[in-house]
Write a protein that binds this ligand. Structure first.
Ligand code: E4P
Length: 217
């Protein structure tokens, strides 16, 4: 399973990259706004910086919602760096845009997926990734993991190349459960990735080993 970090914060991207386990980055307009990035030039420069820090696929989301605008914007984003993946919303014009970029050989990530039918349409349109938002489903008492399972079955039935990029991750248990189901990628805040490290028996065991190592001189 690939690990992406879901942030536009450069320090957190650097920290995850330094860990040596990072396979890519996802961003969205809310995450970019949180970092105070505004204006076209600043946005393009920020994506370029992210591409210079992190290896792997870097999702850059279009801000427009019509086909013509999305393809113009996506072409501009894709020109920033070969690792840019154009992130397109799951709407009717978005499906057309996914097909346009797929035909051009430009990678795409279809975002705001909340049903198996949406994932199926995005895969048919040639999306590189679909992003089911499992945390936001959990937030409204709908089982987000069930959606990941449904999409896994459908993609396996027809051997779609489209990868399941589990998004809206809220906890390390989300990551573990996605790995059990067979999500291809999980995009997570840094905190949930680091929480995978933690176990009290590791801490107490290491404290004992360190203490005993001192006795050995
Ligand atoms: C996915 O690509 C989104 O950026 C993200 O995972 C949304 O997560 P949220 O529900 O925590 O905003």
């Amino acid at each position: 399973m690939k690990f992406f970090i879901d942030t536009a914060n450069l320090d957190q991207i650097r920290e995850a990259q330094d860990l040596g386990i990072l396979d890519g980055v996802t961003t969205n307009p809310s995450l970019m706004a949180k970092e105070g990035i505004s204006g076209k030039e600043a946005i393009l420069t920020h994506y370029k910086t992210i591409c210079e820090i992190a290896d792997g696929d870097i999702s850059a989301e279009v801000l427009s919602t019509t086909y013509e605008e999305m393809i113009a914007e996506g072409d501009e984003l894709a020109a920033i760096h070969p690792n840019i993946v154009v992130k397109i919303p799951m709407i009717k014009d978005g499906i057309k845009a996914l097909k346009y970029f797929s035909d051009k050989g430009i990678k795409t990530n279809c975002t705001l997926i909340f049903s198996a039918g949406q994932a199926l349409l995005a895969a048919k349109a040639g999306a590189t990734y679909v992003s089911p938002f499992l945390g936001r489903l959990d937030d409204i008492s709908v089982d987000g993991l069930n959606l990941i399972e449904e999409i896994r079955i459908i993609f396996d039935n027809y051997m779609f190349d489209t990868e399941i990029l589990a998004a809206s991750i809220r906890s390390p248990m989300h990551i573990i459960n996605c790995a059990k189901i067979g999500a291809d990628v999980v995009t997570s805040p840094l905190g949930s990735i680091l929480n995978l490290l933690k176990h009290p028996l590791t801490d107490s065991g290491l404290a004992q080993f360190v203490a005993d190592a001192k006795k050995m001189g």
